[in-house]
Design a protein around this ligand. Structure first.
Ligand SMILES: Cc1cc2nc3c(=O)[nH]c(=O)nc-3n(C[C@H](O)[C@H](O)[C@H](O)COP(=O)(O)OP(=O)(O)OC[C@H]3O[C@@H](n4cnc5c(N)ncnc54)[C@H](O)[C@@H]3O)c2cc1C
Length: 293
């Protein structure tokens, strides 16, 4: 059923890097919720695998000395949703990954796998784009950190070089501080379905909670890779909170998105969902941040 040539189990990160160099054609496997499904479909006949799943040093969420939030690449979705640091600082990420698959997938699937597969519908990705997350890779030359916008090269292709594995996802303090956000996954079914469109918004309000200091909005499935709608963000920055602002913010996302027709949904329908989701997610984010209309 699983046509595999060899399975190498990494003992630690250095061993994983060494195995990557010794077996350049081998594929990394973390939780396996993408890889094993592909193997079962016969797509990787005769594959060599390097398992990193036993590397506990890549699990968990903590704050770095500079206040950056560090999410180890093997941290599961269910862990992220329950983690107190995530709940306190980037509630929207926990909310987004709580909508992945079903409970079994959320227990086994990792944030590293979700970002390394390069898929635009990945439920963690739009929120990570909205927070300017940084991807940490460890390879033969040490650690390399890449902004997530550069990590995604094209659909299904990310910037992982020979010998490298992804070791963490980082969100800087000045990016997450005093923000509140909301994620809306539009899918054909409520569970066990990938997103027709994913929308992640977060806002930072002024001290009197009447003005939007900063608004961020990013989408999955609005283009071949996740993307930010910067025109909407610029429009909202420094503006007093109002229903009209929510409307114009939402309409402005059309400047940046480029969804396609697929069997799941037509381009025009995705455009419509993007505008409506942006409006609702903006209003909910403002509410969570203590703002009033
Ligand atoms: C039934 C089902 C439902 C699903 N529903 C959803 C959904 O609703 N939303 C969603 O976003 N996803 C969904 N998925 C997809 C999948 O669960 C996620 O993409 C998950 O995050 C993959 O993580 P993993 O650890 O299982 O990755 P794996 O399958 O182990 O790996 C995925 C890819 O990433 C690479 N990789 C993994 N970790 C690393 C690393 N640390 N360094 C370098 N490369 C690495 C692997 O080589 C592989 O190419 C679903 C999958 C299934 C089977």
């Amino acid at each position: 059923m699983y046509d595999m040539k060899a399975l190498y189990q990494a003992k630690d990160v250095a061993d994983a890097v060494a195995l990557r160099l010794q077996h350049p054609d081998a594929q990394i496997i973390a939780g396996g919720s993408d890889v094993l499904v592909q193997m079962r479909e016969g797509k990787r006949a005769g594959v060599e695998l390097i398992s990193i799943y036993g590397l506990n040093e890549l699990r968990g969420v903590r704050l770095e000395a500079d206040g950056a939030l560090r999410i180890g690449s093997l941290t599961s979705f269910s862990h992220i949703t329950r983690d107190p640091l995530i709940q306190k600082h980037v509630n929207v990420l926990g909310e987004a990954v709580d909508q992945v698959g079903g409970p079994q997938i959320r227990n086994i699937g990792t944030i590293g796998g979700n970002t390394c597969n390069g898929v635009t519908s990945a439920d963690s990705a739009s929120t990570l784009f909205a927070y300017d997350a940084v991807i940490e890779l460890t390879g033969p030359d040490g650690i390399r950190r890449v902004p997530i916008q550069e990590f995604y090269i094209r659909a299904g292709k990310v910037d992982i070089r020979p010998g490298e594995i992804q070791t963490a996802v980082l969100i800087a303090k000045d990016s997450y501080e005093n923000t509140h956000g909301h994620y809306i996954k539009y899918a054909m079914r409520n569970a066990m379905d990938i997103a027709t469109l994913g929308t992640s918004v977060n806002v930072r309000l002024s001290d009197d909670r009447r003005t939007v200091e900063r608004a961020r909005v990013a989408f999955g499935v609005a283009g071949p890779i996740p993307l930010r709608a910067v025109h909407a963000e610029e429009l909202a920055a420094g503006q007093p909170i109002s229903a009209e602002l929510a409307e114009s913010f939402a309409r402005a996302v059309k400047e940046d998105i480029n969804p396609r027709d697929s069997w799941r949904a037509a381009k025009d329908f995705r455009m419509h969902i993007a505008v409506e989701s942006a409006r609702r997610a903006f209003l909910e984010s403002v509410k969570l941040a203590g703002g009033e209309l």
